[in-house]
Ligand binder design. Structure first.
Ligand code: NAD
Ligand code: ISE
Length: 333
């Protein structure tokens, strides 16, 4: 499968190296970026051509499928161009930053008549989350009542602003909890404790997201993106008869000098390395099989409706309804 990749920044480069090195059944044929030097460096590293721009990459007859790894606001136009060209597209999260753009993608894909879009919600491919899903689906803890989650990054750059904890960061929990619980969210509220003094004054950090599902389960997500000490992802589901908790990645426990300790991962590339591999391998396998799989445009859209509501909730302090239309039959499993 010859892949064209748009956006050769941090994750674009990671995806290009994965697709050309570790993923079987795929090669990177062309890359493109608004920064031509970045594009040239990544093209050289993976033996691909540089396309002059995203439109030309999508139109390139050699490119059979596209990976979109540009920044969020550019995703909508690039995904719509892939659908217009009839090419499968893997789009990094968020599918779109604005819900209205997600709706345009849903309409275009349905008009095309066949699923083409997969969204890069890689947590669904993490072994720990998959084990939780298996426990829940087997009824291992009874009906889920609550979930307690934490999403902590050691730090974020100055450009990271106060909407990003919802739009870029909690969007992972929003997707993975929709998937684990098998239902949509109905309302969202954001409460904020005192902000950390360890980072830029413009940033509201931490933020706590309080979600309610359609059936009345409650989910709380602490988003703390300058926690200093590590990359720490926590998730516990409380059911009627038990609880199930996401394991930390395996690490050796060292007993020495009067202490017992194990190291914590420091970044998401390490924490989710295996999940990224599995995600891209399963996408390529699905392309070869001609069968749609993985998080769909509906999943991307539904998550953005929630993040947009969360941004409004933080700004207003209100409990905001999640205004999600009925899921079209086209997107039912
Ligand atoms: P980045 O800033 O390092 O890279 C973005 C790249 O896109 C840059 O090279 C930029 O020049 C390029 N670009 C911007 N607009 C473009 C356009 N219109 N056409 C072509 N190229 C364009 O950012 P990043 O960290 O690599 O993030 C990229 C995307 O991946 C974001 O949507 C982000 O949310 C997502 N991401 C996902 C994960 C994950 O855990 N799944 C992790 C990090 C980033
Ligand atoms: C980043 O874009 C990601 O997707 C990471 O998984 C997340 O931990 C981080 O907060 C985001 O900025």
């Amino acid at each position: 499968m010859k892949i064209g990749l748009i956006g050769t920044g941090w994750i674009g480069e990671e995806h290009a190296r994965r697709l050309s090195g570790r993923i079987s059944g795929a090669e990177v044929a062309a890359v493109s970026d608004i920064d031509p030097e970045r594009a040239a460096a990544v093209a050289k590293a993976v033996g691909a051509r540089v396309a002059a721009d995203a439109d030309r990459l999508i139109a390139d007859p050699e490119v059979e499928a596209v990976v979109v790894a540009s920044w969020g606001p550019a995703h909508a136009g690039q995904v719509l161009a892939c659908i217009a060209a009839g090419k499968p597209v893997f789009c990094e999260k968020p599918l779109t930053t604005e819900a209205a753009d997600g709706l345009r993608i849903l309409e275009a894909e349905q008009a095309h008549g066949k699923r083409l879009v997969q969204v890069g919600f890689m947590r669904r491919y993490d072994a720990g989350y998959r084990q939780i899903k298996a426990v829940l689906d087997a009824g291992g803890v009874g009906t889920p009542l609550m979930a307690h989650c934490a999403h902590r990054n050691p730090t974020q750059p100055e450009s990271y602003h106060s909407d990003k904890p919802m739009v870029d960061t909690a969007v992972h929990e929003i997707d993975v909890l929709r998937w684990l619980l098998g239902e949509e969210f109905a309302t969202v509220q954001v409460v904020v404790p005192r902000s950390t003094a360890k980072r830029y004054p413009h940033l509201v950090d931490p933020q706590i997201l309080l979600l309610e599902t359609e059936s009345g389960a409650r989910v709380d997500v602490e988003v703390f993106v300058n926690c200093q000490y590590g990359y720490d992802i926590q998730c516990e589901i409380v059911g009627e008869t038990g609880t199930v908790r996401l394991p930390d990645p395996a690490a050796p426990l060292v007993r020495s000098g009067g202490r017992a300790a194990y190291p914590l991962v420091q970044d998401f590339p390490s924490r989710f390395a295996d999940a990224f591999d599995t995600e891209l391998q399963e996408w390529v396998d699905a392309l070869h099989a001609g069968l749609p799989a993985g998080p769909s445009a509906w999943d991307g859209y539904a998550a953005t409706v929630v993040t947009n509501a969360a941004v409004e909730a933080r700004r207003t302090g209100a409990i905001v309804p999640v205004d999600l239309p009925a899921r079209p039959d086209f997107y039912k499993e």
